[in-house]
Write a protein that binds this ligand. Structure first.
Ligand code: TTP
Ligand code: MG
Length: 446
């Protein structure tokens, strides 16, 4: 695995392509979505923080705030010492000031769902490890082949594309690492933060890892790093060259794992996280529109796509819903529940179109269609109308196949999960923005 390759040796055909995404100063980036004037400013998001108060701890800080020594888990008071709050200093203060905001998990969760939805479009296998981090196995979607005989790989283009898609569609920055295994991909996504893209092809793994300080290996915290330094191990290369036996004596099985990671050896498979609770696809208009024909056309394409996706995953649904985003960012959701689980694409379309009628006169920025209350077990028995190709919208049932324009729009849409993680009942809930602004009008009918 390590060491120089034999002349003429080619990259192992088995080499996987693992992509790790970690959003940059995620909570702060979410706040900047709502308050674009905070872009480029030192911004601190506090857990247990209240405006004007000094209690709580830093959940995250923007990179501008980090330059002043503010970091996650620090007390807000300490952060305020390093970076006074804009409201607290007089007009004659000529130092740098910070902006402080309280944590709003619901909002961050909704942004994270949009990001994850994009990720699911770019890989069959996605492992979501935290609100702002996921691994994708993209082996079958891209390649390690070099482009034009240069250093760049096709996989690099793939990683760039995902990053750009998140930036364009959701508006938050991500850092991406691409490598032949999970631990190297994780290190790579962290390597050039923020807004980083680091690609480590199989034949560069050793060269990439060797010079890194040993604490950049995932799993090496400050305590382990200190102990390793006591053993004369400063870099990943030192660890890779070490005799593993004393490492195992000292750290147990973890010692062996860290030794392997330092050598770029990590056979862990990307295992997907749970079955989705709902499937949805949403798509934005280039500009808000009140044209009902355009809205209907969009909903038809989205409905066809969601239904096809549900069928390909063997999912039946009991609730069909829509999401309608009106300017500026008001999220409205409407849903209709059925007596029992079904797999009926034409019903998804007709219910979604019915629900849309309420918004006939509204300006709309974005539309979504969702199926929820999913069940997976019975799906086989419910496919009474035969098999459809997994990824094509259902045909032969009287529903129009989306025209090219629709198909393109659908490509920009994504599968997401609007369901409430705690209750599993999101379909009847108002959107996050609705809730925040107290507009919880709902037109749900059972
Ligand atoms: P991280 O990905 O660790 O941090 P980050 O996204 O803010 O910054 P980076 O650019 O370095 O990735 O964590 C994701 C979110 O989790 C973060 O925005 C806030 C939250 N968080 C806490 O609430 N407390 C913590 O101690 C940490 C580390 C994160
Ligand atoms: Mg992050």
């Amino acid at each position: 695995m390590d060491g120089p390759q034999l002349p003429g040796a080619t990259v192992d055909a088995e080499d996987r392509i693992i992509l790790h995404v970690d959003m940059d100063c995620f909570y702060a980036s979410c706040e900047r979505l709502r308050e674009p004037e905070l872009r480029g400013e030192p911004l601190v998001v506090g857990m247990g923080y209240e405006p004007g108060e000094g209690h709580g701890a830093v959940a995250t800080a923007s990179y501008e705030a980090r330059e002043h020594g503010v970091e996650s888990a620090q007390a807000i008071r300490q952060a305020l010492d390093a970076l006074p709050r804009a409201e607290d200093v007089g007009d004659d203060y000529d130092g740098v000031v910070g902006y402080y905001r309280p944590v709003d998990m619901e909002f961050y969760q909704s942004v994270a769902e949009e990001v994850k939805a994009i990720l699911h479009d770019y890989a069959e296998t996605v492992r979501e490890v935290s609100i702002d981090e996921a691994y994708l196995d993209v082996t079958d979607r891209t390649g390690w082949d070099r482009v034009d005989g240069g250093d760049r790989t096709i996989a690099e283009g793939y990683g760039r594309h995902i990053k750009q898609q998140i930036g364009r569609e959701v508006g938050v920055p991500a850092s991406v690492g691409v490598a032949p295994n999970m631990s190297t991909a994780k290190i790579a996504s962290d390597f050039d933060k923020p807004d980083g893209l680091t690609v480590v092809p199989p034949d560069d793994v050793t060269g990439f890892l060797d010079p890194l300080p040993v604490d950049e290996i995932h799993g090496v915290g400050p305590v382990t790093a200190r102990e390793l330094r006591e053993l004369g191990i400063e870099t990943a290369g030192d660890l890779a060259d070490a005799d593993p036996a004393p490492l195992v004596d000292r750290f147990g099985q973890r010692g062996r794992e860290l030794y392997d990671r330092a050598r770029g050896v990590d056979d862990r498979e990307v295992t997907p996280t749970g079955e989705p609770k709902s499937l949805s696809r949403e798509s934005a208009f280039t500009e808000a529109t009140d044209e009902m024909d355009a809205k209907r056309e969009q909903v038809r394409a989205l409905a066809a796509d969601v239904a096809a996706r549900a069928r390909s995953r063997g999912a039946m649904y009991r609730t069909i819903g829509i999401k309608v985003v009106t300017p500026p960012f008001d999220v409205n959701t409407r849903a209709s529940s059925l007596p029992g689980p079904v797999d009926e694409p034409d019903l998804v379309e007709s219910v979604a179109l019915d629900l849309l009628e309420e918004f006939a006169d509204e300006q709309v920025r974005k539309l979504g269609v969702r199926v929820s209350k999913l069940s997976f077990e019975e799906a086989d028995q419910a496919r009474l109308d035969g098999f459809e190709p997994a990824d094509s919208p259902a045909g032969g049932d009287g529903m129009a196949t989306p025209a090219t324009d629709d198909a393109e729009r659908v490509d920009r849409g994504r599968i997401t999960d609007w369901i409430d993680a705690d209750t599993g009942e999101a379909s009847t809930e108002p959107g996050i923005e609705d809730r925040r602004e107290g507009q919880s009008s709902l037109g749900e009918f059972e």
